[in-house]
Structures are given as C-alpha cells and as structure tokens.
Design a protein around this ligand. Structure first.
Ligand SMILES: Cc1cc2nc3c(=O)[nH]c(=O)nc-3n(C[C@H](O)[C@H](O)[C@H](O)COP(=O)(O)OP(=O)(O)OC[C@H]3O[C@@H](n4cnc5c(N)ncnc54)[C@H](O)[C@@H]3O)c2cc1C
Length: 436
C-alpha cells in the first residue's frame, strides 16, 4: 500500500445537528471493516508489491502483469475476497507483528491477545491519520432513502462551492439520497441528535451487537446473562466464588470455551450444557489444530471426559452433551433435557447463554431483512448474509448501500480487506475520477 499523502475529506463529520449537503459516503461502524475502508478512501492507494506471492497462480500472473496499475483500478475477477495478507488480524501497510515488536511484546502460539488487537487497531487509526474520519460515541438509529428534491436547494449551493477541490464529482445527479439519523453521546451522558444526508452508505456494523437468546421461560431473570463479561464482573465483585453453586454455561463455541477456561482458572464450578455431540464434526473444537490452540483442546477434552454420565479427572466441571435448556426458575433452578426427553434440575448461581450473536440492523427498514440472501429471514453471518455484488459489495437490492465484513459472510479479519477494496474501487469509479 502506498500513501499518496493526500487525504480526501469524505466521511461523515457533522459539526451541526443537521447538515443538508449529501456526503459522498457515510461508513457506519468502527471495526476492522470501517477502518480498512476509511484507509483506502483516504488516499492510500494499493499496488501489487514486487516479490510478493499470491497463493493463486493465475491471480499472481495477472497482478504481476499490471504492477503499475493500482489494485483499486484493476478488475481482477474473483480476487476480491482472497487478497489477504499473512498477518491474519492485521490491516494494510502496518504488519501486526511489527507493531508487537515495537511494543516489545510477542505472540503466544502465533496468536495475539484481544487486548493487543484492540490497541493495534486504535494505533492504526492514529498512525494512518484517520482520526478525522471517525466520529466516536455515535450511534446510528435510522438509515432511509429520501427524495433528493426535498433537500436539493441546499445541496446545489454547497456542491457548487466545493466542486473544484472534490474528488467526488458524481456525474449523474441522484434522485434519491440516504438520510442517516442518530445521536452522539456527550461526556455528560446526554444524547445529541444528528441528521445527515449521503449519496452512499456502507454498513460495517459487524454481527456482535445482539447476543442470541434461547427463547425459553425465565431467560430474562437477572441471574441469566448473555455475555462473558458478566462472569468476569461477578468474580471481580466477589458475588461468585469457589463455594458458590455452579455457573451454568450454555453453548459450545469459542466464547463458551473462554467462559469455561475463566471459571476453571478461578476454581468456580461449572455445568456445561450444549446441543451437539462432542464428536460432531461441526463443533469448532473438531476443526482447530491442537498444537495452535492447546487451551481450547483442553476444554474439548473436558467436554469429552467429564460428562454427567461418566466422571473424569477434572474437578469443578461437568458436561451435558446433547442437552438443551427448558427453563430458568425464579429460585435459580434450571431445568434441562436430553435428546430422549429426560429432564434434570440443577440449582445454579448464574447462567451464561453463549450461543452466538446476531447483527442489530434495527436502524434499517424492516431490520435489513429485505437485503438478505433469503429475504424472508433475518440477516445472519453464517446462514443468511446480506446479498451483495461480489465485485463491488453493493447491495443487490438497494443501490448506493454497501456492506462489509461478517454482514456479508466475510467472517475473518483477513477477508475484510478484499471487501473494503471492492467498495473503495466501486465508489471511486462512481465518482468517475481516479485518485492522483
Ligand atoms: C470472540 C471472538 C473472537 C474472534 N477471533 C477472531 C480471530 O481469531 N481471527 C479473525 O480473523 N477474526 C476473529 N473474530 C472475528 C472478527 O472479530 C470479525 O471478523 C471482525 O471484527 C469484523 O469486523 P467489522 O469491522 O466488520 O465488525 P466489528 O468489528 O464488529 O465492528 C463493528 C462496529 O460497529 C459498531 N456499530 C454497530 N451498530 C452501530 C450503529 N448503529 N451505529 C454506530 N456503530 C455501530 C459496533 O458497535 C462495532 O464497534 C472474532 C470474533 C469474536 C467475537
């Protein structure tokens, strides 16, 4: 990636409560997808690096042939989601390992901690001079298409004023624009509303905002939680400890495994309930290399060897494979049932339902369902992502609306860059002006 030293002013930086001029693009979300697209739209232009090797030989040949053309200006069929770097959690032009070295920290089993990753992303935004593009503590509550006529008087004046120095000279005048509403959270905790207009909107909001609920009786009771942080908090406050009733952990993904490891570390007794068999190939533990993930391998071993049916070597833990929760009682008694219909009742201290999460697209009409592959079902990163053109990442349903990251099924950070590249390339083509 080569910076051209010039930053294009293009992201939402509303100074007033309401601004009538449509911005070329508003990105919603501040995770790796939003950061990476912000980087590409800020004048950093990606070229194929001499001596780099792409795993796909045909793509390698094409990239070598067009070395002098920016990747933003190339149309390489099928390459968009596979142009990833070796550093899996890294963003363009700042290898994660180099940053770690600078910080005099190392990787454990080639893996980074969540805290390191969070710090690296914050550092990245500062290092690449992208802070001006971000509006922190801002929540978008509504995105709607509105007629451009209703705002055209203001728009035309503003556009004429700025037409000389803008890279964004959209040739065709849009008949519709997006109205983006929301609020800023002030230091005092007040909410200040804002309303802006945009020609294009990019959804980079991820899929972790709404933890999945089981939908069983008593799930809204105060001792039932849906985030791992609740357990950390309870341990910190001493409201749970070695002598407490067991913690119920529901789910068999990596977040559930993290909760088990945390509880195990604190000697807190755990009851672990999950629907699948321990040998189910769909279970994440059966897909992870043991050498690289020894702690998750350990959890998998506990799940196998320490079930309610057969006691094993691990203390303070018991697994219930092929079980599901029926209800949570006010007396902290939880009922669950096995595949044959046999029920069990356990008194617990708290429950953690860690069975995945869903995007919160409540700011879109019909919760964004109309944008999904199957538009009769809610958007889901694994089963029902947003339907986008694979070369532009523009919604097939709504012109001018783009989506990135897990929302479109790119569930790993290393795939996010390909999507961001596709969106940046499409927006620049729309603007009909190549970057200098
Ligand atoms: C426990 C865990 C472990 C993971 N481990 C790995 C791993 O090892 N390797 C890997 O590649 N990936 C991993 N991932 C996946 C990785 O985190 C995602 O691929 C990545 O975060 C997606 O980036 P994103 O920018 O699209 O979304 P996110 O990172 O989710 O960022 C979206 C942001 O948008 C904000 N937002 C949402 N709605 C609004 C709104 N209405 N208004 C304003 N802001 C909003 C959200 O609060 C959030 O800050 C892991 C995920 C989890 C949960």
């Amino acid at each position: 990636m080569l910076p051209d030293g010039k930053a294009y002013a293009l992201l939402a930086r509303p100074q007033n409560k309401s601004a009538f001029k449509p911005l070329p693009v508003v990105i919603i979300g501040n995770g790796p997808s939003g950061i990476c697209l912000s980087y590409l739209l800020s004048g950093y232009i990606p070229y194929f690096k001499r001596d780099s090797l792409h795993p796909h030989p045909i793509l390698q040949k094409k990239l070598e042939e067009a070395r002098d053309i920016s990747i933003l200006d190339q149309s390489i069929e099928g390459s968009m989601v596979t142009l990833s770097r070796g550093e899996w959690m890294g963003l363009p032009d700042l290898p994660f390992k180099d940053w770690l070295k600078q910080k005099k920290r190392g990787l454990r089993n080639n893996r980074a901690t969540a805290e390191d990753i969070a710090q690296y992303y914050q550092h990245y935004v500062v290092k690449k001079g992208l802070q001006k593009n971000f509006r922190c503590s801002t929540v978008v509550t509504s995105v709607r298409k509105v007629s451009a006529d209703s705002i055209s008087n203001h728009t035309q004046e503003d556009q004429q004023e700025n037409s000389d120095d803008s890279v964004w000279n959209f040739k065709e005048k849009s008949t519709e624009v997006f109205q983006v509403d929301g609020f800023f959270k002030t230091m005092k905790g007040d909410k200040e509303p804002f309303s802006i207009y945009a020609e294009n909107v990019v959804l980079a909001t991820g899929t972790y905002d709404s933890p999945t609920w089981l939908g069983v009786k008593g799930e809204n009771l105060s001792y039932v939680h849906h985030q791992l942080s609740a357990l950390e908090e309870a341990v910190k406050n001493d409201s749970i400890g070695i002598m407490s009733d067991p913690v119920l952990i529901v789910g068999a993904g990596l977040t559930a495994a993290d909760a088990i490891l945390f509880a195990h570390h604190c000697n807190i007794p755990v009851i672990h309930v999950f629907r699948r068999k321990v040998s189910d190939p769909g279970l994440i533990f059966n897909q992870l290399p043991k050498m690289m993930y020894p702690e998750y391998h350990k959890v998998h071993q506990m799940m196998k060897e320490q079930s309610a049916a057969c006691a094993g070597p691990y203390e303070c833990y018991v697994s219930f494979p092929e079980h599901h929760v029926l209800s949570f009682g006010k007396d902290k008694k939880c009922i669950f049932q096995d595949k044959n219909g046999h029920q069990k009742v356990y008194k617990i201290s708290m429950a953690l339902v860690l069975t995945g999460s869903n995007p919160n697209l409540s700011f879109l009409p019909n919760n964004g369902i109309d944008l999904a592959m199957n538009n009769s079902q809610p958007v889901n990163p694994k089963r029902n992502p947003i339907n986008v053109d694979p070369f532009t990442y523009e919604s097939t349903q709504e012109k001018g609306l783009y989506a990135l990251g897990p929302l479109v099924g790119d569930n790993f950070v290393r795939f996010v860059q390909g999507g961001a590249l596709a969106v940046a390339s499409s927006l620049l083509k729309k603007a009909n002006k190549n970057p200098p």
